[in-house]
Design a protein around this ligand. Structure first.
Ligand code: ATP
Length: 196
């Protein structure tokens, strides 16, 4: 089975596109959801997070995301530290999960696929591209944020052009080009690659 990464900036439409692949019978691992789950369920990771960010990281044994976000989103070094602690755990969990799937290919959806090093563990990478103003509007509508808050999140991510250049395939999700035909064509290509 081949492993395919799916990445793109905040609001590009990764999850929306992952859902279309799922309807075609392709298993999808969502790295962002998995990381949140593992921070609450992996005992070693919990111990490490407490050691690095303090006892207040957990309230009644549940990750205090507000507390942690307050630390890491105001300090790039702390954010890098958090990522360096969580990414290896998620990469291993994804590998275990993918090894149990039976499909021609499986997808790992991750906003930070390149930044986390996870791109080195997949055979191909699909990038989801949407212009920045479209992404800002989508995230404002979805999460009830201001344009400035969305821009702040975008500024913490890898430059979109650089990211797309590193992808093997790009799906354009700009609300002008139809997305489903692009997914169908890519699915066909990936099934062919998997059968070689
Ligand atoms: P994040 O990185 O924040 O998790 P994402 O890349 O996974 O975001 P989605 O959650 O899939 O992006 O999409 C962001 C928002 O934009 C969602 O509300 C989704 O419904 C909407 N959206 C995505 N693609 C389209 C589209 N082609 N047409 C209309 N709305 C769209």
């Amino acid at each position: 089975m081949i492993k395919v990464g799916l990445t793109g900036g905040i609001g590009s439409g990764k999850t929306t596109i992952a859902r279309i692949f799922e309807t075609l019978g392709i298993p999808v691992y969502n790295a962002d959801d998995a990381t949140k789950r593992l921070m609450n369920s992996n005992p070693d990771l919990k111990t490490t997070l407490i050691k690095n960010f303090g006892e207040a990281s957990y309230k009644n044994n549940v990750l205090d995301t507000t507390y942690l976000a307050g630390i890491v989103f105001n300090d790039p070094e702390k954010l890098a530290l958090l990522n360096s602690l969580t990414h290896p755990v998620t990469i291993k969990d994804a590998a275990d999960w993918i090894s149990k799937q039976s499909a021609p290919y499986a997808i790992k959806e991750a906003a930070l696929l390149f930044e986390s090093g996870a791109a080195d563990h997949v055979d191909y990478v699909i990038g989801v591209f949407a212009p920045q103003p479209v992404r800002i509007k989508r995230v404002m509508d979805r999460d009830g944020l201001t344009a400035e808050e969305v821009m702040k999140r975008i500024s913490r991510q890898m430059d979109e052009e650089v990211k797309m250049k590193r992808c093997d395939f790009v799906i354009t999700n700009n609300e002008h080009q139809l997305v489903i035909p692009q997914v169908l064509e890519l699915d066909k290509k990936l099934r062919e690659l998997a059968s070689r």
